[in-house]
Design a protein. Structure first.
Ligand code: CP
Ligand code: NVA
Length: 308
């Protein structure tokens, strides 16, 4: 079985995304399987986590396998020990690794020296597992993806990058609304536009919060990501017009509201919006576990489960 690393959402083909979503829906109805019996997952964290740790750890157990969680202070990858040595050691002891890191290059270096599949559990550049759960959530609530209009309001960050690829590969139109200077990386936008072309999906960038009008889904994330804490105060001022609040929701009364969590209520999203009937943030968070099961199987080179 050929290993398939998931370092970027763009590592998936459009067909793979469809198969992963179909399998995730099946897994939601069939939570207990045994195909990972005897296999261990190493979960490596350079940054904090609630959902990623719980969803991966429970997922692998529900699939019959086991998990080793390595916190930042424990292995100090790149400091106590070279990243490539950690990759080689773990490859001899576990079957698969998922890493939450600062630099995408750390993931790439780890993957280059590992002989086991490697999954990005969030980097400064991407959060592919999150984007798959996001697609699953929109699909469950709207019964389709292609042709819907997803608006992402806020920082053009890791979550936004993976979502751009996710929209492009499923034919959703996506508009990123952000302050000037906080756009997603130009190279990511260009790649997403290229991927979106065969599906005639429009990928656009705007600085105007009023462009949220008529959206089918509104997504936001924290204004200062992990590692940007020193910029938080300055960003609160810059991003203030980009808050997802009752006024913005009034312009898109049918829209689902998504947030990867953790949410900073009163900053990027108001408390009433998180609690509103339009909000699907806890479905989204639960879907991490179901979607990641499909990702674990995919990464190990196993064919997707196609049952309904
Ligand atoms: N959304 C997400 O990845 O949450 P955690 O940072 O808690 O893992
Ligand atoms: N953009 C956020 C996502 C957290 C899940 C961060 O990187 O901190």
């Amino acid at each position: 079985m050929k290993r398939r690393d998931v370092l970027s959402f763009a590592d998936f083909s459009a067909d793979a995304v469809n198969a992963l979503l179909a399998e995730s829906l099946w897994r939601k109805k069939h939570p207990l399987t045994e195909e990972f019996a005897g296999r261990f997952l190493a979960l490596i964290f350079e940054k904090p986590s609630l959902r990623t740790r719980v969803s991966f750890e429970v997922a692998i157990h529900e699939m019959g396998g086991g998990c080793v969680v390595l916190r930042p202070d424990e292995i100090q990858m790149g400091k106590r020990e070279a990243t490539k040595d950690v990759a080689r050691y773990l490859s001899r002891n576990v079957s698969i690794a998922a890493l939450r890191v600062f630099a995408q290059e750390t993931l790439e270096e780890f993957a280059a020296h590992a002989t086991i599949p490697v999954i990005n559990a969030l980097s400064d550049t991407e959060h592919p597992c999150q984007a798959l759960a996001d697609l699953l959530t929109i699909l469950e609530h709207r019964k389709k993806l292609a042709g819907l209009h997803l608006v992402y309001m806020g920082d053009g960050n890791n979550v936004c990058h993976s979502l751009l690829y996710a929209a492009a590969l499923t034919g959703m139109h996506m508009t990123v609304i952000c302050p000037r200077g906080y756009e997603p990386e130009a190279a990511v936008v260009r790649s997403a536009q290229t991927l979106a072309k065969p599906r005639r999906a429009a990928i656009a960038i705007s600085t105007n919060p009023a462009d949220v009008k008529g959206a089918d889904a509104i997504y936001t994330d924290v204004w200062a990501s992990m590692g940007q804490e020193s910029e938080a105060a300055a960003r609160r001022k810059i991003f203030a017009p980009y808050q997802v609040n009752a006024k913005r929701l009034a312009a898109a009364p049918e829209a689902l509201v998504l947030h990867c969590l953790p949410a900073h209520r009163g900053e990027e999203i108001t408390d009433d919006v998180v609690e509103s009937p339009q909000s699907v943030v806890f479905d989204q968070a639960e879907n991490r576990r179901h979607a990641q099961k499909a990702v674990l199987r995919y990464a190990c080179g196993l064919p997707p489960i196609r049952k309904r």
